[in-house]
Write a protein that binds this ligand. Structure first.
Ligand code: NAD
Length: 468
């Protein structure tokens, strides 16, 4: 093997299938060096005033906004998503993450409890943990990377962070922005490389005291096994297989438009996508016809073209995995209603393109409905009653999000309280208020991100009781 290959990993552009760069294949020693830099920055950063931390975070946010086009192009080139999507969603949201936590930290207060009758008062310090690890996936690269880093540094921690090796580019560019914004050296240390080496070294480092991880459920289970005996704080945001439940009394046009988005945005590679669509039997045939007609209008194309709705899948192995699921569906009595095939885009014949695919399934028990596919593939099936659909929605190992379409208030309340998911959307999808708790139950994870939940995760509570 060429020795150079030991030090570098190829980085592919999904839109044309070509290698366009290389990233360091970081080792355990690199992680140790990152840790040492973080540890030496911690005493000063943890004592930096909230106003100064806030100012730097907001500056990072402004610089991201000023560099919107450059970052959006880089994200698209690395991930395959349409530039238009990166420009509307990924990069503005990364900027919001810094702005939000830059503001939130100035409002994050300690609690105090007066112990009446005991002549004592308790107050609870919220102290930064020290050096923390942040590990993120490839689907929303900068968006999810910054969703962890921003609260971690706002709370006074220093960070060793690893982006996905599949989409490292915007994390690299973020480093430049942070330096320009005046973030002191050592506060944020970005390590590139593989999960099994660099990621593993972060998780098993005895002095990296908390791990915030977003990625697959199997990786999350492995990380929990390594981190638990080391008594680390753990936040795990994992996979999903989210139901999208459509009742006949919904606002039909709004539902249809949003369902196309919740099925195929980002090539269906969003953990929150509603990949299992359950439709009230009384409108099933109409929905099927209208939905397929709309899906057929989606244009699969090069991510740089303004008319592209569906860009390239993130990698060749992932494209093949999704195609395997489509084959599986055929063996399980699934009917491919539209899509199901690779797309050859002119001049980009080696890119990883796939048609948006709708599969009619016979039962919720099939693999297509039970396993996370994480691509532009959704299943549809009818239901007869609220009870039946609730059972099917909950009959899955995951519990990240659920979407409900109905104008019946009582039903919304009943179903929201009984659906097994950390996030429920009623008559909308992926509407986010960054103050709200974000996360899943069951195999979709442990812990919550967002708002003060994230600031609590990235701090240790210390109670002080004073008798007077
Ligand atoms: P993945 O688990 O393969 O990798 C995620 C990250 O973990 C990468 O940076 C990877 O290098 C690293 N990693 C891998 N092995 C590791 C190890 N042993 N120790 C430490 N780090 C390791 O996931 P992926 O394929 O990049 O992302 C897709 C998955 O992420 C899907 O399952 C999706 O549902 C999930 N996801 C969840 C959320 C959420 O908020 N719940 C959001 C986005 C994506």
């Amino acid at each position: 093997m060429n020795p150079i290959q030991d030090y570098w990993l190829d980085n592919y552009c999904p839109a044309n299938g070509e290698v366009y760069g290389q990233i360091p294949n970081s080792t355990k020693e690199d992680v140790e060096n990152a840790y040492i830099a973080a540890k030496s920055a911690f005493p000063i950063w943890s004592q930096t005033s909230l106003e100064d931390r806030s100012r730097i975070l907001i500056k990072i946010s402004e610089l991201l906004e000023n560099n919107l086009q450059r970052f959006a192009e880089a994200e698209s080139n690395d991930n395959g998503k349409p530039i238009s999507l990166a420009k509307q969603v990924d990069i503005p949201r990364a900027a919001s993450n810094f702005r939000f936590f830059g503001n939130a930290i100035t409002q994050f207060a300690s609690e105090s409890h007066e112990s009446v009758g005991q002549d004592a008062i308790n107050f609870t310090l919220r102290q930064p943990i020290g050096v923390v690890g942040c590990i993120s996936p490839w689907n929303l690269p900068l968006y999810l990377f910054t969703w962890k880093i921003a609260p971690a540094i706002a709370a006074g921690n220093c960070v060793v962070a690893k982006p996905s090796e599949i989409t490292p580019m915007t994390a690299y560019l973020l480093g430049e922005i942070c330096t320009e914004a005046g973030l002191p050296r050592g506060v944020l240390n970005i390590v590139h490389g593989l999960g099994s080496t660099a990621g593993q070294a972060i998780v098993e480092h005895p002095d990296i005291k908390a791990i915030s991880f977003t990625g697959g459920t199997a990786t999350g289970a492995h990380i929990a096994k390594v981190a638990a005996p080391l008594f680390k704080k753990l936040s795990l945001e994992l996979g999903g297989k989210n139901p999208n439940i459509i009742f006949a009394d919904c606002d039909y046009d709004d539902m249809l438009k949003t369902t196309v988005r919740s099925s195929f945005s980002n090539q269906g590679q969003i953990c929150l996508c509603g990949s299992r669509i359950f439709v009230d039997a009384s409108i099933y045939e109409k929905f099927k016809k209208d939905f397929i007609a709309k899906v057929k209008t989606l244009k699969v194309g090069h991510p740089s073209e303004a008319s592209t709705n569906i860009g390239a899948m993130v990698s060749k192995p992932h494209l093949e995995k999704v195609l395997d699921f489509i084959e599986t569906a055929k063996t399980e009595n699934g009917t491919i209603l539209c899509g199901g095939n690779k797309v050859v885009v002119k001049n980009y014949e080696h890119g990883y393109y796939l048609e948006p695919t709708v599969i009619e399934v016979a039962s919720n028990d099939c693999r297509v409905n039970q396993e996370e596919i994480f691509g532009p593939v959704v299943s549809i099936m009818p239901f007869e009653s609220e009870d039946e659909v609730l059972k099917m929605a909950n009959n899955v190992k995951y519990g990240l999000s659920a979407t409900l379409w109905t104008n019946n208030l009582k039903r919304s309340m009943r179903m929201s309280s009984q659906l097994q998911a950390g996030i429920i959307w009623v008559n909308t999808w992926m509407m986010r208020d960054l103050r709200t708790p974000f996360g899943g139950i069951k195999a979709s994870g442990v812990g919550r991100e967002g708002g003060f939940e994230a600031l609590r995760f990235f701090t240790e509570a210390k109670n002080v009781c004073i008798k007077y």
